[in-house]
Design a protein around this ligand. Structure first.
Ligand SMILES: N[C@@H](CCC(=O)N[C@@H](CS)C(=O)NCC(=O)O)C(=O)O
Length: 206
């Protein structure tokens, strides 16, 4: 199979598995663990020199960065990505926003609240992220004030990339952001998202 997505589903690879499922493309998932050692070996570094997951390879074309992989999958399938300049720019806007504004905060909060062994958690890091996240969530709440999805009436890659980065947002708590809460649940209820979630749960560890 020419299209390969490397990375265990219960990692950031989930984002690209969701996109591949939405795209309806035939692909193979190679569930490499983020713990290594395969992702630090020369064969994998030739695909992703960062030594991280996910990565994509497609008939000799290699790509890293989960959200960029999703743009490739969307463009390749002709789905999810608006073709007009403004729609494409807004999709990039939301994707960069997810990576730069939302991910560091939801990541810090999740790690220092849920994932790290208790003795390694730093409550002050979690508290700092928790204090900063609401301002970002309020931006989303505003964007969704008059629409079901970030770009309008239809689910697009903008929704996928933001909702996937905010996968742990319900655990953080979204009651103060009812539109974000409903939108996130709507996105994650999609059959493609559920298929990727099933892969997360079937294939451990991350
Ligand atoms: N910005 C990258 C982050 C990739 C990343 O850090 N992935 C983690 C797993 S979720 C990883 O591979 N960590 C292993 C390491 O850093 O050695 C993306 O979104 O693809």
């Amino acid at each position: 199979m020419s299209l390969k997505i490397y990375g265990a589903p219960a990692s950031r690879t989930f984002r690209s598995l969701w996109a591949a499922e939405e795209a309806g493309l035939t692909y193979e998932n190679l569930p490499l663990s983020y713990l290594g050692p395969e992702i630090k070996a020369p064969a994998y570094l030739a695909i992703n020199p960062n030594g991280t997951i996910p990565a994509l390879s497609d008939d000799g074309f290699n790509l890293f960065e989960s959200l960029a992989i999703n743009f490739y999958l969307a463009r390749k399938s002709g789905k999810l990505l608006p073709s007009d300049a403004r729609g494409e720019a807004l999709t990039l806007q939301w994707s960069f926003w997810a990576a730069s504004e939302a991910e560091p905060l939801i990541g810090a909060w999740s790690y220092h609240t849920l994932f790290l062994p208790p003795e390694q958690r730093k409550p002050e890091v979690a508290a700092d992220a928790a204090a900063k996240l609401p301002r970002r969530l309020q931006v989303l709440e505003g964007a969704l004030a008059d629409r079901d999805y970030l770009l309008g009436d239809e689910f697009t890659l903008a929704d996928l990339n933001v909702a996937a980065v905010l996968f742990r947002a319900p655990a953080f708590g979204l009651d103060a952001f009812p539109r974000v809460k409903a939108w996130h649940a709507r996105c994650l209820a999609r059959p493609a998202a559920q298929a990727a979630i099933a892969m997360r749960e079937a294939k451990a560890p991350a």
